[in-house]
Design a binder for this molecule. Structure first.
Ligand code: ATP
Length: 272
C-alpha cells in the first residue's frame, strides 16, 4: 500500500467543521470486527490523538477512515456526507494518509520524491529547513528522521483537508518526533487541516492534540480535551495503556467516557 498520498486540489473548509467522521462505525477483517461502534469526528483546525495499547484497533480505524477497509456497520462521513469511496478517491478529495511504513522512494533523491508528489522544494524546506542541503541525496541515504520529515513535507505540501498519521514516531528520537508533531500541529492551526494522530508516544501526542480518544479492545473507552486527559495521564496509563490493565475500571475523577462524548462535541459546535 502506498504510504503517503494526498489530493490534487484545495477544498474549502471552515474551522470547527467536521471533515471526516466515524459514526457508529464497526470495522475489521473479513467477518471479524475489530473496532466496534466508534464515534470519532475529525475537525478542521484540530488535532485528535487516538491512543491505546497494541492491538486495540487504532490502525484498523485509520485504514477504514481512509477507505482501505470497508465499514461493517455504521458509516464513514466525508465533509458531512456518508462515503464508501476507495482510498485513492478520498486522497483526490483531500485526504493525506501517512502509514506506519516509511513512504519515501529510497532510490530517488529527496527532490524527486517531492516532485513525484507535486510538492515544491521551497514548500518542503519551509516546513523543514533541515532538508535544504539534502535535496540531491537519495532518500535511502537519509536518516530515519530526515525520511520522515520528507514524508510529512510531501503530505503537508499538498495542502490536505484531512491528515491521518499512523505512528509517525516509530524508531525516531524524541526531538525529531517533536519537530514532526509541531509541524503537523502548525499545519492544523494555520491551514485548518483536520488531523487524526495514532501515536505510541502518548505524552508527546497529547501535548500537540486538542482532543484525545483512548481505545481499548476496539472501543473508545475514554475521550476528552487533551488538557484534561493530560492532567490524568498517570491514572489513564495505568488503567488503559499497559498490557496488564485491561480489566481495570476507569479512574473516578476522569475525563468523559465514550457514552457522554456526544454532548461535548455538540457543545463545542464541531458537528457539521
Ligand atoms: P499497534 O499499536 O500494535 O499497531 P493497533 O491498535 O493499531 O495496534 P490494529 O493493527 O488495528 O491495532 O489491530 C487490531 C487487531 O486486528 C489485532 O488483534 C490484530 O491482530 C488484528 N489485525 C490487524 N491486521 C489484520 C489483518 N490483516 N487480518 C486480520 N486481523 C488483523
Amino acid at each position: 500500500m502506498s504510504a503517503t498520498v494526498a489530493r490534487a486540489a484545495v477544498s474549502t473548509r471552515q474551522p470547527g467543521e467536521v471533515v471526516l467522521e466515524a459514526r457508529g462505525l464497526s470495522c475489521g477483517y473479513g467477518q471479524m470486527s475489530v473496532v466496534r461502534d466508534l464515534d470519532l469526528p475529525i475537525v478542521a483546525g484540530e488535532v485528535a490523538a487516538l491512543i491505546g495499547p497494541n492491538g486495540a484497533g487504532k490502525t484498523t480505524t485509520l485504514l477504514t477512515l481512509a477507505g482501505e477497509l470497508p465499514s461493517m456497520a455504521g458509516e464513514v462521513r466525508w465533509m458531512g456526507e456518508p462515503t464508501t469511496a476507495p482510498m485513492h478517491r478520498r486522497c483526490q478529495q483531500g485526504l493525506s494518509y501517512v502509514t506506519e511504513e516509511r513512504s519515501v522512494i529510497m532510490g530517488l533523491t529527496a527532490r524527486d520524491n517531492l516532485r513525484l508528489a507535486d510538492v515544491s522544494v521551497e514548500r518542503a524546506t519551509a516546513l523543514f529547513p533541515e532538508l535544504t542541503p539534502l535535496m540531491k541525496r537519495p532518500a535511502g541515504l537519509l536518516s530515519g528522521g530526515e525520511q520522515q520529515m520528507l514524508t510529512v513535507a510531501r503530505a503537508l505540501g499538498r495542502d490536505p483537508s484531512v491528515m491521518l498519521l499512523d505512528e509517525l514516531s516509530l524508531g525516531l528520537a524524541p526531538m525529531v518526533v517533536q519537530r514532526l508533531l509541531d509541524a503537523v500541529r502548525a499545519a492544523s492551526k494555520e491551514q485548518g487541516v483536520g488531523v487524526l494522530l495514532v501515536e505510541q508516544q502518548v505524552r508527546q501526542a497529547i501535548a500537540v492534540a486538542d482532543r484525545v480518544y483512548v481505545m481499548q479492545r476496539g472501543q473508545v473507552v475514554l475521550s476528552g480535551a487533551a488538557e484534561e486527559i493530560g492532567s490524568h495521564l498517570s491514572e489513564i496509563e495505568a488503567a488503559y495503556l499497559t498490557a496488564d490493565s485491561k480489566d481495570e475500571q476507569p479512574p473516578t475523577d476522569r475525563p468523559q467516557s465514550q457514552t457522554d462524548q456526544s454532548q461535548n462535541h455538540t457543545e463545542s459546535g464541531n458537528h457539521a
